[in-house]
Write a protein that binds this ligand. Structure first.
Ligand code: BGC
Length: 341
């Protein structure tokens, strides 16, 4: 038995060696038979179309944009078929607009089919649009909304984002719906600390404004004790919250953070100052990072707001693919926020 098996194996090996050594040009008559035996017919090389997608992220070192860009890349890859491939390159703007402008120039020189851009500075949209328009390359702007005027510059640009007014309103409503309406020390006023993202970004401006508006709209008296920019970063959130806590102590009822990254930092400062979230202070953020959702469940954060990176990245990719296919895209594509409290 063993001998027969060895013989079969040797024969199989010998036959496959002969097949590999066979000259490339198979006689025409044999070709159909060889094709029929192939497991899955590969599409002819010229039937496969590869599109180049250039993605510019304002900064890789950002909790939310990291989730966003990872989802964006994997979703785009998931849309590939046997005949349509996407060559996607994602670059880090390192928070430097000059660097990002160079990256756009490089992508355009490489002949990308579409750009997806998370601007370092929203105010630079016009420069980027001009370059892309000159090269005939559509742009999907994401996360940092260009001005309404800048969005009128060309019909092959669009913006995918979430309306930051909504996230601010939800933050305020989370506080307004607490039994004491956020007034932990019972002095009749909600005294708050506001830790802002980069104020050049409308997300920071609107969240700052609309969180407080939701309180005043609910008839709640407010007092701003402290407002400073933490540029979306956890370390800055911690540093600023620590300063505010040292300066205003028990007067602080609520710490509003424009994002969860900074709220995580503020939480460390709250603990270090011996305060307890939910008991003698409230803390809200935006993004619904997994660890913050867990903290809300555990009661160590009062609430957050889901900034849907999955919905936004898929919408951005769908828009980019439409541009590639020559289909029209609406100028604004919005994805809703959701309260997590
Ligand atoms: C997110 C922040 C992020 C920022 C980057 C915002 O929408 O909430 O976490 O840092 O976008 O632009």
């Amino acid at each position: 038995m063993k001998k027969i098996l060895t013989f079969v194996l040797v024969l199989a090996f010998a036959l496959s060696a002969i097949a590999c050594a066979a000259p490339a040009a198979t006689p025409a008559a044999e070709a159909p038979a060889a094709e029929a035996a192939a497991p899955a017919a590969e599409p002819a090389a010229d039937a496969v179309k590869t599109y180049k997608v250039g993605v510019c992220i304002y900064k890789f070192d950002d909790n939310f944009m990291t989730l966003y860009r990872q989802e964006l890349e994997s979703y785009l890859k998931s849309l590939e078929t046997d005949t349509v491939k996407y060559e996607v390159t994602v670059v880090d703007g390192k928070g430097d607009m000059a660097e990002q402008t160079n990256q756009v120039d490089t992508f355009l020189a490489q002949g990308v089919d579409v750009l997806i851009v998370n601007l370092v500075q929203s105010s630079s949209a016009a420069t980027i649009t001009d370059k892309a328009k000159a090269a005939g390359v559509p742009v999907v702007y994401i996360n940092r909304e260009p001005s309404a005027d800048d969005m009128k510059a060309w019909d092959k640009i669009c913006y995918v984002g979430a309306d930051a007014r909504q996230s601010g309103t939800y933050q305020g409503e989370i506080i307004a719906s607490l039994p004491n309406k956020g007034d932990q020390n019972g002095d009749g006023v909600v005294s708050y600390v506001m830790i802002m993202g980069d104020p050049e970004n409308v997300d920071a401006q609107y969240r700052t404004e609309f969180s407080i508006k939701a309180l005043t709209d609910a008839g709640i008296k407010v007092e701003e004790l402290f407002k400073q920019r933490g540029d979306w970063a956890q370390e800055k959130g911690q540093e600023l919250a620590a300063n505010a806590l040292a300066q205003f102590g028990n007067k602080i009822d609520v710490i509003f953070c424009n994002n969860d990254g900074m709220a995580l930092g503020a939480y460390q400062a709250i603990v270090a100052a011996g305060r307890t979230v939910g008991k003698d202070i409230y803390l809200v953020g935006v993004d619904a990072l997994a660890e913050c959702v867990q903290m809300v469940k555990d009661g160590t954060m009062t609430g957050t707001v889901l900034n849907d990176h999955i919905g936004q990245s898929h919408t951005a990719v769908d828009a980019a693919v439409k541009y590639i296919m020559g289909e029209p895209v609406e100028t604004y594509l919005w994805v809703d926020y959701q309260k997590v409290a």
